[in-house]
Write a protein that binds this ligand. Structure first.
Ligand code: C5P
Length: 205
């Protein structure tokens, strides 16, 4: 059984994917972390994320970068979004994702192109979204909780820039996959969103 969970930044897709993984007893892969690892690796190498050759060289990252705390910052999210426009980068990460998806027993993957490119034949597909304002508020609270000094206007601008880049790129743009159910988490608690996701997946299986 393969479950594809896609959606924009801070939509709640990661939280929902992990909760689905617990509910169905499946392993879960956050594919955004792979693109984030490439983005952070470009930075560490002094490369330019917009240059295909620099981004491609950074795909050769070691597993230790996946544990780097900087990986989850919005700055690295933005670098990830820049390296992910290159088809060569997407190709370099595809085998890892497909291997995970096709392991015996099944898997859950979350990202931007799981239901469209990585696992178009997934048994269940959900597209998780929320308003830009709600997503920025979530980032704001996360940042405050981590001792940061977030600025709401720049969080909104960052999210909008990332949405625009992810949705308008030529290769594997973020869009609702054929057969996916839409789940808007703007007005839902985490528990309510998870229950709704389980109901949607059950109905598709
Ligand atoms: O989900 P997350 O915010 O960690 O993803 C970071 C960036 O990586 C996204 O903005 C997107 O550009 C890219 N990405 C992608 N395809 C995926 C997962 C992430 O292009 N499957």
């Amino acid at each position: 059984m393969i479950i594809a969970v896609d959606g924009p930044a801070a939509s709640g897709k990661g939280t929902i994917a992990k909760a689905l993984a617990r509910h169905y007893g499946l392993p879960c892969l956050d594919t955004g972390l792979l693109y984030r690892a490439v983005g952070l690796s470009v930075l560490k190498r002094g490369g330019d994320p917009d240059i295909k050759a620099d981004a491609l060289a950074a795909c050769d990252f070691g597993d230790e970068i996946l544990a780097d705390p900087a990986l989850r910052s919005e700055a690295v999210g933005s670098l990830a979004s820049r390296v992910s426009v290159h088809q060569a980068v997407r190709d370099a990460l595809i085998a890892r994702q497909r291997d995970f998806a096709t392991q015996p027993g099944g898997a859950i993957l979350d990202g931007r192109d799981i239901g469209t490119v990585i696992a178009p034949d997934a048994d269940a597909k959900i597209f998780v979204t929320a308003s830009v304002h709600v997503r920025a508020e979530r980032r704001y609270k996360d940042s405050l909780a981590q001792g940061g000094q977030p600025d709401m206007d720049s969080l909104i601008a960052d999210i909008q820039a990332r949405d625009t880049r992810d949705m308008s790129r030529d290769h594997a743009p973020l869009k609702i996959a054929d057969g996916a159910d839409l789940l808007d988490t703007s007005d839902l608690t985490i528990d309510a969103a998870v229950q709704r996701a389980i109901a949607l997946v059950d109905a598709q299986l």
